[in-house]
Ligand binder design. Structure first.
Ligand code: FAD
Ligand code: PHB
Length: 389
């Protein structure tokens, strides 16, 4: 087989890149290790920045989001029961959209089907070859057959555990990492959300987040030690702990019910530089991970896709590789901004085992600053709603 751009990974970044390139007349083949049902059953991000919303519309995958997504122009922050609101619209004139990653992925698969894009689900043994030459290719197994896919460029959109980043020689990669000493236990439940707006709650028992997917679907999280396992947490234990970390007036109106999904995600900040090697370009979680506290992961994947797509369109329309040569530096500049924001939100809102009185006072002071200072609120709102692409 031959294509112009071989895309490894059919998560949000791979599908969006494929969709945008196809619409620009550039041929792609997507290779995804998992089945479509498996990809669509993963419960992950819930918050879309304005730039993400715009790009999904541009990709022709925004119609259902515009009907079912819920625009939010603020969120609530709580510290040991005391709560205040950050008004994004007042602070920076922008807002976010509540619309689940599951729905985004479904819409992208539907859009790809509608234009007859080529996606191999359950492609195994994906391997990259001759990446530092002008004639790269990818081999993989599908069903009982081995395939070879020749291409001009490979887009590595295969997430943190994918094969693309690992194909770059270790000596040419520089990795930056912080592993936090806790994870998030998340549940999804068919109950009315306890709050119309997200509540990020710091408490001496640990962090909790009240989020939502729609008026009858709640998404809630609590910070847990890394040693905890999902099996340790009954629904009752989750509800008790979640309630105890919320401000009393919010806890009093919490409606509980059976969980329909429950999982633990570790928290990590990670960047691999550069995001390019020869004909391989990394996008999204393949190159970087942020802790979910800033709601940035999916949105960063989308800004990478935007930069790479622009560079590829330039290359195919004009023959210039200037955009491709600048891709890594351009993407990384925005990645590091989101790294900083996600790290600072995480540090401000969580309980760290090694923290003492000084660190606690710093958290209180950061939160007080947000309450008191318009400038601090503006900085937070600009970052949360998304820095421009
Ligand atoms: P992925 O979604 O990981 O997709 C990569 C794809 O590649 C997968 O489908 C995988 O099966 C496939 N793959 C892997 N290896 C191979 C291989 N060898 N060959 C072929 N295919 C392969 N982000 C936000 O912006 N806002 C939020 O509110 C938010 N909340 C989150 C909450 C949780 C609990 C978690 C875990 C994450 C959250 N994120 C959030 C992060 C967000 O989900 C990710 O950043 C996003 O999924 C990245 O998309 P991606 O396409 O780059 O990678
Ligand atoms: C979610 O709804 O899953 C969600 C929302 C905001 C975050 C993280 C996760 O910061």
């Amino acid at each position: 087989m031959r294509t112009q751009v071989a895309i490894i990974g059919g998560g949000p970044s791979g599908l969006l890149l494929s969709q945008l390139l196809n619409r620009a007349g550039i041929a792609t083949v997507v290779l995804e290790r998992r089945s479509r049902d498996y990809v669509l059953s993963r419960i992950r991000a819930g918050i879309l920045e304005t730039g993400t919303v715009d790009l999904l519309r541009e990709a022709g995958a925004g119609a259902r989001m515009d009907v079912e997504g819920i625009p939010h122009d603020g969120c609530l922050l709580a510290d040991n029961g005391e709560m205040f609101r950050i008004d994004f619209a007042a602070a920076c004139g922008r807002k976010v959209m509540v619309y689940g990653q599951t729905e985004v992925t479904q819409d992208l698969y539907d859009a790809q089907d509608a234009i007859g894009a080529t996606i191999f689900n359950e492609a195994s043994d994906v391997a990259l070859h001759d990446v530092d030459s002008d004639t790269p290719h990818v081999t993989f197994r599908h069903g009982s057959k081995d395939h070879r896919l020749d291409c001009d460029v490979i887009a590595g959109c295969d997430g943190f555990h994918g094969v693309s980043r690992q194909s770059i020689p270790a000596a040419l990669r520089q990795e930056f990492e912080r592993i936090y000493p806790f994870g998030w236990l998340g549940i999804l439940s068919r109950t009315p959300p306890v709050s119309d707006e997200l509540i990020y709650a710091r408490s001496d028992r640990g962090f909790a987040l009240a989020s939502l997917r729609n008026p009858m679907l709640s998404r809630y999280y609590v910070q847990v030690p890394l040693t905890d396992r999902v099996e340790d947490w009954s629904d009752e234990a989750f509800w008790d702990e979640f309630r105890a970390r919320l401000p009393a007036e919010v806890a009093a109106r919490l409606v509980t019910g059976p969980s329909i999904e429950k999982s633990i995600a570790p928290l990590r900040s990670f960047v691999s530089e550069p995001m390019r090697w020869g004909r391989l370009f990394l996008c999204g979680d393949a190159a970087h991970i942020v802790p979910p506290t800033g709601a940035k992961g999916l949105n960063l994947a989308v800004s990478d896709v935007h930069y790479l797509c622009e560079a590829l369109i330039q290359r195919y329309r004009t023959g210039s590789e200037a955009g491709l040569d600048g891709y890594s530096a351009r993407a990384l500049a925005r990645v590091w901004q989101a790294m900083r924001f996600s790290w600072s939100m995480t540090t401000m809102m969580h309980s760290f085992p090694e923290h003492g009185g000084f660190d606690r006072r710093m958290q209180q002071t950061e939160l007080a600053l947000l309450q008191r200072s318009e400038a601090a609120r503006r900085l937070m709102a600009e970052n949360y709603t998304g820095l421009p692409f």
